[in-house]
Design a protein around this ligand. Structure first.
Ligand code: SAM
Ligand code: DTB
Ligand code: SF4
Length: 330
C-alpha cells in the first residue's frame, strides 16, 4: 500500500507525525505491520538478501564501564538512581580492567565492543578518560562503540579522534509516546546528539525498546523516526523491554513475541543496509522466536553473558544456537 492508497485516517495521522518529504510515512509503516505474517517475512527476507548474507550475524559485546547512580528518569532503566532496583553505583572502570574484558570478548568471537556509561551525558574530563579506553580497545583490532548519554560540542570529535567507530544513542520510542517514558530529556535532545555524532564522522547506532506498553502505531512511529533519519543509522538495536523490579515499567503487559518479530521485519524493510540487532530481552524470547527474528532480517546480537546490568544468553548457548541454525559470525 502506498500513501496514496492508505485509508484517509491513516494519512491524516501520518501527516501529523512525518514531513511530506520523509522517506517513510508512519501510515505506510503501519501497513507493513498489518501484512499477513508470511508476506511480511517474505518481503523482509527479500530486502535482507539484497544486502547481506542471511547466514551471517555480527556479534557485539557490551560492558558497563560506569554503572548505576544515573540522575535521569528513564522508566525502563535499572540504573536510574531514583528507582530502588538493587543496582549499586560504581566508578568509571580503569583501562586495564576494560582491556581484560575486551580481550575476553574478542577471544569469544565478538567483532565489536560497546562501552556503556550510566550518565546523563559525559563531562569534558569523562570524555578524555573514555577516549583513552576507546584507543586501547581499538588497538586490539576490535570495532569500538560507546553509549555515554547526551553529547556536547566537541565530544563526538574527541571520541572520533580516539578511534570510535560507532556511538549508540537510542530514540527509545515514538515521539508521541516518549513523554510517558522519559521526562528528564527531550526527544529533540536525542536527535541533537545523533546529529553531533554524524557530524563528527562517527557511525550511528540508534534504535529503541518495544514492549513498554506502546501501541502498534507507536512501534511504527519509532521505526519511522529511525528510518527517516538522513541517513538512517548503520546499526539499529531493537530491544525487548527487560522488566526490572523497582522500575516504573516493571509489570507492563509483555509484547506478543510475534509482534516483536514483525518489528524486526519492518526495521529490515525500512533500513535495508543497517545491521538490525536483536538486543536486550533475548532471554525471554527463546530459541524459536530468535530464529524467526533472524529469518525476519536481524543480523546482529549482543553477545556475552551480561548486557549492562541484566542477563543475556550465555556464550555457549549462543554458539549452540548459531550452530543449530547454520549461522556464523560476520
Ligand atoms: N546512559 C546512556 C543513555 O541512556 O543515553 C547510555 C546507556 S543506556 C542504558 C542505553 C540504552 O539501553 C537506553 O537508551 C535504552 O534504550 C536501553 N535500555 C536500558 N534499560 C533497558 C531495559 N530494561 N530493557 C531494554 N533496553 C534497555
Ligand atoms: C541498546 O540498545 N541496548 C543496550 C545497549 N544499547 C547499550 C543496553 C541494554 C540494557 C538492558 C538493561 C541492562 O542490562 O541494564
Ligand atoms: Fe541513565 Fe541511560 Fe538509564 Fe536513562 S537509560 S536512566 S540515561 S543509564
Amino acid at each position: 500500500m502506498t500513501i496514496h492508497e492508505a485509508p484517509v485516517h491513516l494519512v491524516t495521522r501520518a501527516a501529523a507525525q512525518a514531513a511530506p518529504t520523509d522517506r517513510w510515512q508512519v501510515a505506510d509503516i503501519e501497513a507493513l505491520f498489518e501484512l499477513p505474517f508470511t508476506e511480511l517475512m517474505f518481503r523482509a527476507q527479500t530486502v535482507h538478501r539484497e544486502h547481506f548474507d542471511p547466514a551471517e550475524v555480527q556479534l557485539s559485546t557490551l560492558l558497563s564501564i560506569k554503572t548505576g547512580g544515573c540522575p535521569e528518569d528513564c522508566s525502563y532503566c535499572p540504573q536510574a538512581a531514583r528507582y530502588d532496583t538493587g543496582v549499586e553505583a560504581g566508578k568509571l572502570m580503569d583501562t586495564e580492567a576494560v582491556l581484560d574484558a575486551a580481550r575476553r570478548a574478542q577471544e569469544a568471537g565478538a567483532s565489536r565492543f560497546c562501552m556503556g556509561a550510566a550518565w546523563r551525558g559525559p563531562k569534558d574530563r569523562d570524555i578524555e578518560k573514555v577516549a583513552e579506553l576507546v584507543s586501547a580497545v581499538k588497538s586490539l583490532g576490535l570495532e569500538t562503540c560507546a553509549t555515554l548519554g547526551m553529547l556536547e560540542d566537541g565530544h563526538a570529535e574527541a571520541l572520533q579522534s580516539a578511534g570510535l567507530d560507532y556511538y549508540n544513542h537510542n530514540l527509545d520510542t515514538a515521539p508521541e509516546f516518549y513523554g510517558d517514558i522519559v521526562r528528564t530529556r527531550q526527544y529533540q535532545d536525542r536527535l541533537d546528539t545523533l546529529q553531533r555524532v554524524r557530524g563528527a564522522g562517527v557511525k550511528v547506532c540508534a534504535g529503541g525498546i518495544v514492549g513498554m506498553g506502546e501501541t502498534r502505531a507507536q512501534r511504527a512511529g519509532l521505526i519511522g523516526a529511525l528510518a527517516n533519519l538522513d541517513p538512517y543509522p548503520e546499526s539499529v538495536p531493537i530491544n525487548n523491554l527487560v522488566q526490572v523490579e523497582g522500575t516504573p515499567l516493571h509489570g507492563t503487559v509483555q509484547l506478543d513475541p510475534l509482534e516483536f518479530v514483525r518489528t524486526i521485519a519492518v526495521a529490515r524493510i525500512t533500513m535495508p543496509t543497517a545491521r538490525v540487532r536483536l538486543s536486550a530481552g533475548r532471554q525471554a524470547l527463546g530459541e524459536a522466536v530468535q530464529a524467526l527474528c533472524f529469518t525476519a532480517g536481524a543480523n546482529s546480537i549482543f553477545y556475552g553473558d551480561k548486557l549492562l546490568t541484566t542477563g543475556n544468553p550465555d556464550v555457549q548457548a549462543d554458539r549452540a544456537l548459531l550452530d543449530k541454525l547454520g549461522m556464523r559470525p560476520a
